[in-house]
Design a protein around this ligand. Structure first.
Ligand SMILES: Cc1cc2nc3c(=O)[nH]c(=O)nc-3n(C[C@H](O)[C@H](O)[C@H](O)COP(=O)(O)OP(=O)(O)OC[C@H]3O[C@@H](n4cnc5c(N)ncnc54)[C@H](O)[C@@H]3O)c2cc1C
Length: 313
């Protein structure tokens, strides 16, 4: 017999999940997959939609705590997120259509564990932690610890995501997420990249550290190894003298590193070779946009169509 319950408190939800109920937030993955015949609906489902305490974005002493059922529509416009975690706002602004963004949640995106999820790469570069709750308490895991393969996580039976925690951004830092898409709406990323760039607070515009993560080019979201070393010391912001002040070498190197470390598949939407090439382009664009934001430039959310940077490899 099928059972569908609305939890009215987090404790009730955790008790039901401990009893084998499957959590559902917006249902835009769970229900849509069932309707399309990809996976049957679980027999026992608990809706999290009444849990208003999980629908809050909170500023903490150390950063932001984003409740698991905060929607993409909220993430793309929340001033705290746009200000401190801009790559995450970029990503949520790109998800599906307005209707998908209005019901689809960050918790559902993360726990669905698709390698093409848009919020994943931003969480990696922003040093996000996923809060997993259970009747026994809670623990925090990094994205790399959470995602174990396409559609699978290391969450234990009885655990559900209650929140995502993001540390305060370092000074003079900025972040961005860009993706390749063939049309604007109702489509997941062909490939994507997020970057965070921290500039020297001395105003020289030189990079002191950086992080880059890639979407849809491996079984899980991956972080580019060596990104910080490649970009350290580079000047990625145009100054008064114009674009010639940008160090092109490190940008080309980061694109190469992203392409080299990608292990994409071929499918109907793109060949592995095309994905490999394009993820380099995306990585480079994300780094440039993040650097410009770190330097104080205001680029709209999402950043894709607003960079005007004419990036080429
Ligand atoms: C038309 C369309 C377009 C889309 N476009 C995009 C896109 O561009 N980019 C993108 O990334 N995604 C896209 N998606 C996928 C989907 O909308 C997102 O992944 C969304 O964030 C899922 O959130 P949800 O709340 O609807 O998840 P649900 O469908 O409710 O849940 C998804 C999975 O996560 C589990 N789950 C949900 N919440 C929790 C929790 N708190 N703790 C533990 N497990 C939980 C569920 O059991 C289920 O396995 C699209 C979907 C559709 C239908």
């Amino acid at each position: 017999m099928r059972e569908f319950r609305f939890a009215e408190t987090v404790d009730e939800a955790l008790a039901l999940v401990a009893d084998g109920f499957v959590p559902m937030a917006g249902g835009t993955d769970l229900v849509v997959a069932a309707r399309h015949g990809k996976a049957p609906l679980p027999d026992r489902v608990v809706s999290l939609q009444h849990l208003r305490e999980l629908a809050v974005i909170e500023s903490t002493d150390n950063g932001l705590l984003i409740g698991a059922i905060v929607t993409h529509a909220e993430l793309m416009g929340a001033p705290d997120v746009v200000g401190a975690a801009t790559a995450l706002s970029d990503a949520s602004a790109l998800v599906g259509s307005p209707s998908t963004r209005n019901v689809g949640t960050i918790g559902g995106n993360i726990m669905n564990a698709s390698p093409a999820m848009d919020t994943g790469a931003p969480l990696v570069v922003l040093d996000g932690q996923i809060v997993l709750g259970s009747t026994g308490g809670e623990r925090q895991v990094s994205p790399a610890e959470l995602w174990t393969g396409p559609g699978s996580t290391s969450a234990m039976p009885g655990e559900m995501c209650t929140a995502v925690s993001l540390p305060s951004p370092p000074p003079a830092s900025g972040s961005a997420y860009v993706r390749l898409e063939y049309r604007r709406a109702m489509e997941i990323a062909v490939v994507g990249a997020a970057a965070r760039v921290c500039l020297d607070p001395d105003g020289s515009g030189r990079v002191v550290s950086a992080s880059v993560a890639l979407t849809a080019v491996a079984p899980t979201i991956i972080e580019v190894t060596g990104a910080s070393e490649i970009l350290e010391g580079a000047r990625l912001m145009p100054d008064d003298s114009g674009a010639s002040a940008i160090d092109g070498g490190p940008l080309a190197a980061i694109a190469r590193a992203a392409s080299d470390q990608a292990t994409p598949i071929s499918d109907l939407r793109a060949s592995d070779g095309y994905r490999r090439h394009c993820v380099g382009v995306m990585a480079r664009r994300a780094v440039e946009a993040a650097a410009r934001r770190a330097g104080g430039a205001t680029l709209t959310v999402p950043v894709n169509r607003s960079t005007g940077m004419g990036v080429s490899l």
